[in-house]
Design a protein. Structure first.
Length: 107
């Protein structure tokens, strides 16, 4: 089962802006079960245990069967590849997702 590491305390107004929100959305959308490990800002995020998961001491990270991923775009792509709900198996559809994950809207 996937374990998601995210911050322990996030103000309500900031929750949708947190990168873990993208990961949670992807996991919920495809229906994958996951555990949540929370991380406090400060010494806990700089602990050797967390730095082994994320060398910059940030969140989110996920772990599954010995695989550790950080950076929300990479995690979302990993989750999307597990289900056709987010990443259809057709060549034309699959080629669009990596571009969409890396592009920013400019208005």
């Amino acid at each position: 089962m996937i374990t998601l590491t995210t911050y322990k305390l996030v103000p309500d107004f900031a929750a949708p802006l947190m990168r873990a929100f993208r990961v949670r959305w992807a996991l919920e959308e495809v229906g994958l079960p996951y555990n949540v490990r929370t991380l406090a800002l400060g010494p806990e995020q700089r602990s050797p245990e967390h730095l082994a998961r994320q060398p910059f001491g940030q969140a989110p990270t996920i772990e599954e069967d010995g695989l550790i991923l950080f950076e929300s775009g990479a995690i979302a792509l990993y989750v999307a590849e597990k289900s056709e709900k987010l990443l259809p198996r057709t060549a034309s559809s699959a080629s669009v997702l990596p571009r969409g994950c890396s592009q920013r809207s400019i208005r």
